[in-house]
Structure formats: C-alpha cells, structure tokens
Design a protein around this ligand. Structure first.
Ligand SMILES: NC(=O)c1ccc[n+]([C@@H]2O[C@H](COP(=O)([O-])OP(=O)(O)OC[C@H]3O[C@@H](n4cnc5c(N)ncnc54)[C@H](O)[C@@H]3O)[C@@H](O)[C@H]2O)c1
Ligand SMILES: O=C(O)[C@H](O)COP(=O)(O)O
Length: 527
C-alpha cells in the first residue's frame, strides 16, 4: 500500500515531521512558498499541515486533487476556506487547546509591558539616555480588567489576573452565569465593561458580531486612560480609531499582537507613543509549538492511516457503517443548530433535540453533536462535532434528547428547541427524498426552505405589498435573490420571510430593511 503523503507548509516544530513518519506517512517540509508554487505542488499530497501563514484558498483547494485533510497546528482557521474544503470533502482539523496557556501569558506580558512602558524604557536605556524620570507606570493590583471573550484563553487570562489581585469583568454573551461564578469573574454587558475597565483584553474569534467591537464609538465609551491588549484577531479593533484615541489620550496605551492585515509591515499605529506590538507571537513558545505540532501530526496521521477523526471542524466522528445513513441527518442537524444559534442571543440554559419518525430509529448522538456544533459555532470557531457536547456541558447548557418513533406530518423530523429568556423557541426540519435537508417550521410558523449560503431573515406583519418592497430594496442594492420562502401564523398576522441571496447582505441594506413599514426583525444569516 502506498503511504499517504503530507506537506508541512508553515514553520512547525520538527516533532510534527517525526510523528508523521513514525505513523506511516511520507512527509515533506517546504515552507514560505508563494500561492502559485503551492498550487503547482499540492496535487501530490493527501494531507496539508499549516499554521497561519499558508492561506488555503479555493484556488489551492481546486488544485488539491488528492487532498483529504488539512491540519492547523493552532486554533484560528480563518486562513482556511472551510466551505470550499467541505465541498471538496477535505476534513479541516485544528488543535483547540495546545497554545491557550501560552497566548494567555502573552496577553498578561503585554499588559505589564503597557503598565510600565517596558519596550520604550528599554530602548531609551540602551540608547544611553538613562531616562529614570520619564517612565511613571501604573500598578495592576486593584485595577479592573475587562475581558471581551471568556472562552479557553479568556478564562486562563482571568485566572492569572485574579492571581495578580485584579478585579475581572467579562463581556461574553455565551458565558453562563454559573461559569462566571466558577471563574470568579463578573459577567457584564459590553457598555458596563467599557465604562469600568482600566485594562481591556480581547479573546474572541473574529465574526460578524465581533468585527470592530472596539470601534470609535465604543472606544469613546471607555474610561479615559484605558489600556487595550489584543492577542486574538486583527479586525476586532478599528485601528484608525485606536490611533486617534491614542493621540487624544482617551487610550493611554495599546498592545497588539494581531493586525487587520498581516504581515503588518506598515501601520499608522507604528511610532505612536504608548503603542507596542508583536508580530503575531501569541502562540510562539517552545511548549505551545511542541503541543500543537505533536497533536496535529497525531490527528492527521490517525485520519489518513486509520480513518479516525478528532477535532475536525467540518466533520462528525462516525463509524464506517453508520456514515452513509446519518450523513444527510448530520447536515440537517447542523443547519438547524446554526439557525437557532444565529437567531437567539443571551445565555441558553437548555437545548432539546427531538427525533421523530424514521429519525428516531437512528443513533441520535452524532445528530445531537451536529446540532450543538452548529449552535455553538456561531459563538466560537473552535467548536466541532467532537468537542461541542463538552463545550455545551462546560457552559452549563442542559442537552435533552427525545425520540418519538411514531411519525407526525413528516415521515422523519428533527426538532431543535432552546430555552431562552423569552421562553422555548423551536425549529424543525425534514429530509426530502431521504437526502435533502429542508426547514419546515420556524418558531411555530410552517415554512419550507433550504438553509444554505447567505440568507436574510425577516419577521413582519403580513400585509399586501410588503414582499414587493423587500424585493425592490434588494434589487436596488444589486443583491440577487436565489430562493424566497414565506410563512405566517394567520392572514394579517406575524409572518416570516427567508431569502437566499447570491452575496452577503451588507449592514446598510439590513438597516434599510428594518425601516420598511411592518418589519419587526431583520437579520443576515450564513450557513
Ligand atoms: N495571538 C495568537 O497567536 C493567538 C493564539 C491562539 C488563539 N488566538 C485567537 O484567540 C481567540 C480566542 O481563542 P480561544 O481559544 O479562547 O477561543 P474560544 O472559542 O475558547 O473562546 C472564544 C470566546 O469568545 C466568545 N464570544 C463569541 N462571540 C462573542 C461576542 N460577540 N462577544 C463577546 N464574546 C464572544 C465565545 O463565547 C467564547 O467564550 C481566537 O480568535 C483565536 O484564533 C490567537
Ligand atoms: O490561532 C492561533 O492558533 C494563533 O493565532 C497562532 O497562530 P500561529 O500558529 O500562526 O502562530
């Protein structure tokens, strides 16, 4: 049997290559290539091991005719086109915990560097200036640290900050009150955090909800003299607004490990007093790099040699016999979970998954995991079908499974219900021709819709002329409608509209749709 071939295309600890060889793979380490060089080479490989430098675009995937798995030695997979990989049947794996401690330590290091202006004091001392009177710092003891994002890394930062006798407040809509108590931190709303924090540190993925979470407007709401640290993702802070706030003194100091555009070889922030930065070094310790290199090589080799799946972001863990039957259910379950996740906010204490009719005869565990992965992925890009049930448990989400063998209106049905502050909300879907997922009920309203690509969700009062107005609005914005699905409680009552569109709906179009008479709620959805 020919051995699987793996390409390591980013700088990685040598243990990765060693593990691949020990586990029966041939491995090449070729780093720093251009996209064109990678496109020319990738067709020869079954596995691609990367960090954040290699951008795995659709063009690279199109050329990757033999590729079966991409392994990210690290956490963020925003450099991989996951929908394109999934469409091609390429499994994408990451190592969600291997560099968390190291990154949390980097955030704490940057906090101290800011508090005592260590980089500038070092530079001036070594330049022979002995500037003893120019660097008055601040203590961190007794100060308030505002965490935006309290997941794996945020929680570790919190524990270290508490050890430093700081008070920690956290904004994370998906943090359960119980988990906050367990961490010894106070869960707060974003405005409260901005008003109270002496230091703010960011630890969320970059999503539509977190992009520019520190915007000009939000920076203006901060305590004057706040110090800001970002070791998560560039794009969470509006860099132009940060520059202006550093210049005005609204922000006393900022430390960035990550930038909107990387590599960041130039930036208006460079040279600004009280601004310090590192070149995306959050994960760069010997310990973290050994962890992620060993883990990624073990996971990828296991998949290539034995078919085992661990920490995959786009695939459930399944046995070879169950897989074909369960596959369409997994897709349906993930879509329903994602829909509920996108349409509900706040902490969710309970998610119930109900399998009815033919679905009740199947192994419900992978279906439940797929629902949870879809639901939680809205909050974090490190969630997959393997770790979703554990993350749900850690977040204090009770997961209920119910089976009803007798079929109702549909021969097979999956229903996902979540308990929210506003009560129980549920969506349901079936499989057409035993293979094609369809949403058939949305918060008590009967619909019939495919959940795919970019969509727009509108709740409105059922009234003549409404659909025409929405169609005109999208048409004038140059947005092409693919499918149009309607449902209503009763004539003249509450109605829902689910549109699939050929391109993402920009925020200004969403805002304009909210102003259409009769509209109660509008959201852009993505599947
Ligand atoms: N600088 C580096 O080298 C480096 C290293 C590792 C990870 N990272 C990045 O750090 C980030 C955090 O990683 P992690 O492992 O802690 O991820 P995680 O998934 O464990 O935690 C992310 C947290 O963000 C929260 N969140 C999601 N949406 C939010 C929102 N709108 N507002 C507030 N909170 C929200 C989630 O509920 C979750 O608790 C990721 O972006 C990751 O890519 C950077
Ligand atoms: O998401 C991650 O794991 C970090 O951003 C680390 O990225 P790196 O592997 O390129 O250092």
């Amino acid at each position: 049997m020919t051995k699987p071939r793996v390409l390591i295309s980013d700088k990685m600890d040598p243990n990765a290559a060693k593990i691949f060889e020990e586990r029966g793979c041939d491995v090449d380490v070729i780093t720093g290539e251009t996209p064109e060089q990678l496109i020319a080479r990738i067709g020869d490989y079954d596995g691609l091991a990367i960090r954040s430098s290699t951008k795995v675009t659709k063009a690279i995937l199109d050329a990757a005719k033999n590729l079966k798995v991409i392994g990210r030695a690290g956490i963020g997979v925003d450099n991989v086109d996951i929908p394109a990989a999934s469409a091609q049947g390429v499994v994408v794996m990451n190592t969600p915990f291997g560099n968390s401690i190291t990154t949390a330590e980097h955030a704490i290091a940057l906090m101290f560097a800011l508090a005592r202006q260590i980089p500038e004091a070092n530079a001036q001392t070594q330049a022979g200036k002995w500037p003893k009177n120019d660097f008055m710092g601040v203590e961190v003891t007794g100060k308030t640290l505002g965490l935006i994002g309290a997941g794996n890394i945020g929680s570790i930062v919190a524990s270290r900050a508490l050890g430093l006798r700081m008070k920690v407040v956290a904004f994370d809509p998906f943090l359960s009150p119980e988990r906050a108590v367990e961490l010894g931190i106070e869960k707060v709303e974003l405005d409260d955090l901005l008003a109270r924090a002496d230091f703010i540190t960011l630890h969320t993925p970059l999503t539509d909800q977190t992009r520019n979470i520190l915007s000009a407007e939000n920076i203006a709401k901060c305590k004057k003299g706040v110090r800001i640290i970002n070791c998560a993702r560039g794009g969470l802070i509006d860099e132009a607004a940060l520059k202006a706030a550093l210049d005005s003194g609204q922000v006393a100091g900022a430390a960035l490990d990550v930038f909107q555009t990387e590599p960041a070889k130039e930036s208006p922030l460079f040279g600004t007093p009280n601004f310090i930065c590192t070149p995306h070094l959050g994960a760069s310790t010997n310990e973290a790099q050994v962890n992620v290199a060993l883990q990624v090589a073990e996971q990828m080799a296991d998949y290539l040699v034995n078919g085992g799946v661990t920490n995959a972001l786009n695939m459930p863990s399944l046995s070879a016999e169950e897989a074909p039957k369960l596959k369409p259910y997994m897709a349906l379950a993930e879509q329903l979970g994602s829909l509920v996740g996108q349409l509900t906010t706040g902490s969710i204490p309970r998610v119930s998954i109900h399998a009815e009719g033919a679905a009740a005869e199947l192994n419900i565990k992978p279906i439940v995991a797929a629902v949870l992965a879809g639901f939680l992925r809205v909050q974090s890009d490190t969630v997959n079908m393997v770790n979703a049930p554990f993350i749900a448990k850690e977040r204090g989400i009770e997961v209920r499974e119910v089976k009803t063998e007798k079929a109702g209106d549909y021969h097979t049905l999956i229903r996902v219900s979540v308990k929210t502050d506003a009560g129980e909300r549920s969506v349901a879907g079936t499989l057409f021709s035993n293979a094609e997922p369809r949403l058939v009920e949305l918060f008590g309203i009967k619909v019939e819709a495919e959940l795919a690509g970019h969509m727009m969700y509108i709740v409105n009062e059922d009234a003549p002329g409404f659909i025409g107005r929405i169609g005109t609005l999208l048409g004038e914005a140059g947005i092409n409608i693919g499918t149009f699905n309607l449902g209503r409680r009763a004539a003249g009552g509450e109605a829902v509209l689910l549109l699939s569109v050929d391109s993402p709906v920009p925020a200004n179009v969403i805002a304009a749709a909210r102003d259409v008479p009769g509209v109660k709620r509008v959201m852009a959805l993505a599947f």
